[in-house]
Write a protein that binds this ligand. Structure first.
Ligand SMILES: [Fe+2]
Length: 207
């Protein structure tokens, strides 16, 4: 029994409670990130699809505290840590840093200085494994309405938050991560995620 992350039904309950505390598109997004992670992990020879699903589902759980920016990372970390879920705690921070440098983020650092310093050092010294990389990829393949082309999610995020000098480097890193998983699964991620075409090209209303 691995207790470094919650059981699936606990993770689902956590997300439901969080959705009551702070309703928003992030709930639907989290569900699709989880599904993307599960599907891709399930096609590798090395990854546990259940763990991938749960880490994907929980990556933004820090948003339970309300409408916040980068504070959601540390809130998710602290919350999961308090429950003893070390692996989910790590994902709550690492999912935003495909480049291991907190300077690259576009969000607002709405946290006390000591929390920023903690995250800066945590990210710089973290050892990323395939679960960290998979959630970074899944996060960029999922809108609240379903799976989409990476480029669509990039533009969606950039229209909301703007750009900085690291934007293109971050995009390039996500493309590299996509290629990494495509080598592991032997096909394009778009072949295995249902509805990419519909979600990318149809202007579905966000729920
Ligand atoms: Fe996310």
């Amino acid at each position: 029994m691995n207790d470094k992350y919650p059981a699936r039904h606990i993770a689902e309950e956590e997300l439901m409670n969080a959705g009551r505390m702070n309703p928003g598109l992030w709930i639907g997004h989290s569900r699709y990130v989880a599904k993307a992670c599960q599907i891709i992990a399930g096609l590798t020879d090395t990854m546990d699809e259940e763990k991938a699903y749960i880490l994907g589902l929980m990556h933004d759980i820090g948003r339970r505290v309300g409408i916040v920016s980068e504070r959601h990372l540390i809130e998710g970390y602290k919350y999961c840590k308090s429950k003893g879920w070390e692996d989910t705690a790590k994902i709550c921070i690492t999912h935003s840093f495909m480049i291991q440098d907190t300077k690259t983020s576009i969000g607002k650092w709405d946290v006390p200085e000591e929390e920023y310093i903690f995250m800066r050092d945590f990210v710089a010294s973290a050892r990323y494994d395939d679960y960290d990389l998979l959630v970074q990829l899944g996060d960029n393949l999922a809108l609240a309405t379903g799976f989409c082309l990476l480029e669509k999610r990039f533009v969606d995020t950039t229209r909301r938050y703007g750009v900085n000098e690291y934007t293109v480097a971050r995009w390039n890193r996500v493309f590299e991560i996509k290629e990494h998983f495509e080598k592991l699964i032997g096909t394009s991620v778009y072949q295995v995620l249902p509805g990419v075409k519909e979600n990318t090209f149809d202007e579905k209303k966000e729920p």
